[in-house]
Design a protein around this ligand. Structure first.
Ligand SMILES: *Cc1c(COP(=O)(O)O)cnc(C)c1O
Length: 522
């Protein structure tokens, strides 16, 4: 799909869309136009035949009976299946090509994970089954907890949070509980400027006032500024390491020591754990709480709001406050799953509450454990090394054609950060990203982190081969040259996607969330 120019291939040799006549249907070969379900559906058509409702039953419905018709589209089963299948073909996914979204860690999900997750003993469980009948599943949770503690060097882990953001909330609530337990109400959480939006959102949601810590010119936390701000009102510092500029926070030990000396806690956003897994244990860096996005570091498919899982590992100081069910080491180092019924027995009596009704995302647990066990200690280390190698290859292959603000800060970790300084003709990162769609790639993360103008955050992950990266680099270099030359046509890209450029501001400001019959301006 993304053939390299290096081999002499030119787009005109296979495609002549510019001169192609329009089609009657609007379809383009096997790329089909797809109307809305409401446009193709007809009243009265249905995919299932239900028996007629008898008069007595209709009578029993009484006041619950629907007064008018509801405007649901009527389609037969094949029409419905085809509609969604056609839509799915317009989707881009990690199984189709490179998905370079920085921070999101869109890596290949090994099929072995899927096989394990679909085993009936895991896939067909009901959350209300008696515990005696789900011993195997609980053992999986325990084993995964054990490995997460091993890999992070921490004391306990709450497995229940359903995503990174949920894990952040869990960690900050633990910190709040620990502070309250010592009668020390504090009001402020410090967050670096480059942090993911969920960090300040979490702190604010948990009732804290958020203050920014500036970055230094190398893209790392300004240690002196942080130290100067620490005081008796600071509850915690939320640090992302590696940070969202793709850089390792080298002063992490000094940061943790200063935060602890001020009586506060260190929360680490562990979304970028894939860059250091098997290499560094956050527990050794003085971290008190860190979420692990299982769906990033340990594969498992995600995207489009799909399932996630964000276990939170806790230090010995915070573990007593971990929510139930909770998994912690006992004095002998053995990992136990503590439930409400066994909280007294294990002495886990200060839990701040629960994060979820049941035990967490079983499908994500099985996939993550399969990933960890199939890679082993050496394999996980290689995951981190290859992810870092790939990102540096991208950074060094683009730094001469795109602004690379922190290229001089040393090697990057798992993602390369570029900016749009130097683009001509009023072009910006958005235009380059839309043009990348025409080249057959999902765009990179854009305009994040906020500390770089027109940020482009590219995370290739360890999944990509050198040949695949070379193709992507050819595409990026070509687009960078056009952007610098101020190529006007980029303002209207994409040209070849199922939809041309949409008015994203209008879509965000005036979202049309329900179908209005007869409306034609959509
Ligand atoms: C993805 C991400 C989060 C949020 O994680 P979710 O699982 O999407 O809730 C937080 N911080 C960073 C740096 C991230 O990349």
């Amino acid at each position: 799909m993304n053939s390299p120019n290096a081999s002499g291939w030119k787009p005109e040799m296979t495609r002549a869309e510019g001169s192609a006549p329009a089609t009657v249907t609007g379809n383009r070969a096997l790329m089909l136009e797809e109307p809305l379900l409401f446009e193709i559906g007809q009243a009265g058509v249905t995919g299932v035949d239900l028996p007629p409702v008898d008069a007595a039953a209709a009578c029993r419905l009484g006041a619950m009976k629907r007064a008018g018709i509801i405007d649901l589209p009527g389609l037969s089963e094949p029409e419905t299946v085809r509609h969604y299948t056609r839509l799915s073909r317009q989707n881009y996914g990690i199984d189709m090509g490179l998905f370079p979204l920085g921070s999101c860690t869109m890596k290949h999900n090994p099929r072995l994970n899927e096989k394990v997750a679909r085993m009936a003993g895991f896939a067909d469980l009901h959350p209300l089954q008696p515990q005696d009948t789900v011993r195997g599943a609980l053992e999986v949770i325990n084993q995964l907890a054990f490995w997460l503690l091993e890999l992070t060097g921490m004391h306990g882990v709450a497995m229940t949070p359903k995503a990174g953001a949920h894990g952040e909330l869990c960690g900050i609530l633990c910190i709040r509980a620990a502070l309250e337990a010592r009668g020390d109400a504090r009001e402020v959480v410090l967050v670096p400027e480059s942090a993911h939006g969920t960090n300040p959102a979490t702190a604010a949601f948990a009732g804290y006032r958020v203050e920014n810590i500036p970055a230094n010119s190398a893209g790392r936390v300004d240690l002196a500024a942080l130290k100067a701000r620490l005081g008796p009102d600071v509850a915690a510092v939320m640090i992302t390491n590696p940070n969202t500029c793709g850089l390792f926070e080298r002063d992490m030990m000094a940061i943790s020591d200063a935060v602890h000396a001020a009586g506060a806690f260190v929360y680490c956003d562990g979304a970028n754990f894939n860059a250091i897994v098997g290499k560094v244990r956050p527990g050794d860096l003085g971290v008190d709480a860190m979420h692990i996005n299982l769906h990033k570091t340990f594969s498992t498919p995600h995207g489009g709001g799909g399932p996630g899982s964000g276990p939170v590992v806790l230090s010995e100081a915070l573990s007593p406050f971990g929510p139930l069910p909770f998994t912690a080491r006992d004095r002998d180092g053995v990992v136990h799953l503590v439930e409400e019924e066994s909280a007294d027995e294990f002495g886990h009596t200060q839990a701040f509450g629960r994060m979820a009704a049941f035990h967490g995302q079983m499908g994500m647990f099985t996939r993550a454990l399969a990933y960890i066990l199939s890679h082993g200690a050496d394999g996980l280390k290689q995951v981190a090394e290859d992810a870092v190698l790939n990102a540096n290859y991208v950074l060094r292959s683009l730094e001469d054609v795109l602004d690379a603000p922190f290229a001089a800060s040393g090697p990057c970790m798992h993602e390369a950060l570029l900016g749009d300084a130097g683009f001509g003709g009023g072009l910006s990162t958005l235009d380059l990203a839309k043009s990348l769609i025409d080249e057959g790639y999902h765009p990179m993360t854009m305009y994040f982190p906020l500390v770089v103008h027109g940020a482009m955050l590219i995370e290739p992950t360890e999944t990509e081969s050198k040949a695949g990266l070379d193709q992507f680099i050819v595409a990026m270099r070509g687009l960078a040259a056009r952007a610098k030359a101020g190529d006007e046509s980029m303002k209207h890209a994409p040209y070849h996607a199922p939809r041309r450029r949409l008015d994203e501001t209008l879509a965000a400001r005036k979202p049309v969330l329900c179908w209005e019959p007869g409306r034609s301006d959509l």
